[in-house]
Design a protein around this ligand. Structure first.
Ligand SMILES: Cc1cc2nc3c(=O)[nH]c(=O)nc-3n(C[C@H](O)[C@H](O)[C@H](O)COP(=O)(O)OP(=O)(O)OC[C@H]3O[C@@H](n4cnc5c(N)ncnc54)[C@H](O)[C@@H]3O)c2cc1C
Length: 402
């Protein structure tokens, strides 16, 4: 078992799995650890992606559970609005399969993958290297020494910790994987369906996404608001099951998770030789509750900078290594773009406002403004944050006037 490497990546999610493979492909000696013993387990993410992301990151058919080519928005009451495109607009991934594929690609490139290991803490040695303490599934302790450590452990930020002086906005979701007959599967296939309004989910939304034939993902999520009573999500999920006629469907898996972001993303991305990646540095977007493609993008941005830092930062050239990484935060901010930032800021207003009749009335106005859009316009609005497609009607909302 290696206890020395150039880069230790903690977390084999989309961010860490992708980064580890990229670094190994550059010839670096990389160890990738995850607390999960099986990367197919705890597949908490609904994993809906637009076509552009599937193509950009070369995601193969084996990780795509279903294609979607339309939108169905239900709410604020029972009214339904549908938009369909002639061709696929994206995929719903099997999140476990995605993690597995990334890890297999990484190991094929030379990464040493060690599962069932939880990173507990890390520290910089006086000589400049990093020492990370880990715990195995049976409680045994182990140590890995490396030149650099990447915290890709998701919203929990296992090594970086909570960003100081930066408030984290937090969303929480639960999702069930259901088994349904072909007829019921067909009625939900090929579309991403969302349920919005306070009578569906208080301060959040519900969804039904198709998976492979015979399976659907049904979930609910909401933004958390401290000091404000919010009904338990389990009850909202049960109500969604009943109102959509899916309450009798056998449940194949139950999972859930949290998305947390500082929204403005001004937190430090690095502490010495410890670098944050993906959800650990708030790349998840809370408006759409999605972060897979942003985590993959962050890995794409960091990989060449870190590879340069490892090569330049050998003994006696420590500052050169640091210098290479100096542009990481700015580059990532530029890659995510101002639209990402604007949409993140809209998230709080959009979701927290859905708490009663006033919020529902505003939602109704927003949704009726979408009547003239095509399915592709809606994708551009929701995935590319191209609010201008919505026309001048969006301006008062974007400016906070309504
Ligand atoms: C309910 C829900 C639905 C979602 N739906 C979508 C969606 O439809 N589309 C979308 O794009 N995004 C969605 N997301 C968000 C998306 O899943 C995340 O943004 C994305 O997974 C972030 O990738 P990551 O690699 O940064 O972190 P993660 O995917 O969280 O990966 C972190 C990894 O680190 C491991 N780990 C954690 N702590 C330790 C430790 N101490 N030691 C070792 N390993 C550790 C974990 O086991 C995990 O494998 C959803 C999230 C939730 C919660």
């Amino acid at each position: 078992m290696a206890t020395h490497c150039q880069v230790l990546v903690v977390g084999a999610g989309p961010a860490g799995g992708s980064l580890a493979g990229r670094l190994a492909a550059e010839g670096l000696d990389v160890v990738l650890v995850d607390r999960l013993a099986d990367l197919r387990q705890a597949a908490f993410s609904s994993a809906a992606l637009p076509r552009s992301a599937v193509e950009r990151f070369g995601l193969p058919a084996c990780v795509q559970a279903a294609q979607w080519r339309g939108w169905q928005l239900v709410g604020p009451g029972d009214s339904q609005r549908c938009w369909d495109a002639p061709e696929s607009l994206g995929a719903v991934l099997d999140f476990g399969a995605l993690r597995l594929w990334l890890a297999e690609r990484a190991t094929a490139a030379g990464v040493q993958l060690r599962l069932g290991l939880t990173a507990l803490s890390c520290r910089e040695e006086p000589g400049g290297g990093m020492v990370t303490d880990l715990r195995g599934a049976g409680g045994e302790r182990t140590t890995i020494r490396s030149a650099w450590v990447v915290d890709a452990s998701g919203e929990g930020r296992a090594l970086l910790g909570e960003p100081p002086d930066h408030t984290l906005v937090s969303g929480v979701g639960v999702e069930w994987l259901l088994e349904v007959d072909e007829a019921r599967w067909r009625s939900w296939s090929e579309r991403l369906s969302f349920f919005m309004g306070s009578r569906w989910v208080q301060q959040g939304y519900g969804w039904i996404f198709p998976m492979q034939p015979g399976q659907l993902k049904l979930g609910v999520c909401r933004l958390e608001q401290a000091g404000h009573h919010q009904p338990p999500l389990a009850g909202e999920l049960q109500s969604l099951l009943e109102r959509t006629g899916l309450a009798d469907a056998p449940v194949l898996d139950r999972h859930g998770g949290r998305i947390r972001s500082t929204i403005r993303r001004r937190e430090p991305h690095r502490r010495g030789r410890l670098i944050g990646l993906g959800d650990a540095v708030s790349t998840a977007n809370l408006l759409g509750g999605e972060g897979i493609r942003h985590a993959l993008l962050a890995a794409e941005v960091l990989a060449p900078l870190l590879a340069r830092a490892v090569r330049n930062g050998g003994d006696g050239h420590r500052w050169l290594g640091y210098h290479a990484l100096g542009r990481y935060e700015a580059k990532l901010r530029r890659a995510l773009g101002w639209r990402w930032s604007l949409s993140g800021r809209l998230a709080r207003r959009t979701w927290l406002g859905l708490n009663g009749p006033r919020g529902d009335a505003r939602l109704e106005t927003l949704l009726s403004g979408l009547a003239g859009c095509s399915a592709a316009d809606l994708s551009a609005l929701l995935f590319e944050y191209r609010f201008e497609r919505y026309g001048a009607r969006a301006l008062p909302y974007l400016l906070g006037w309504r």
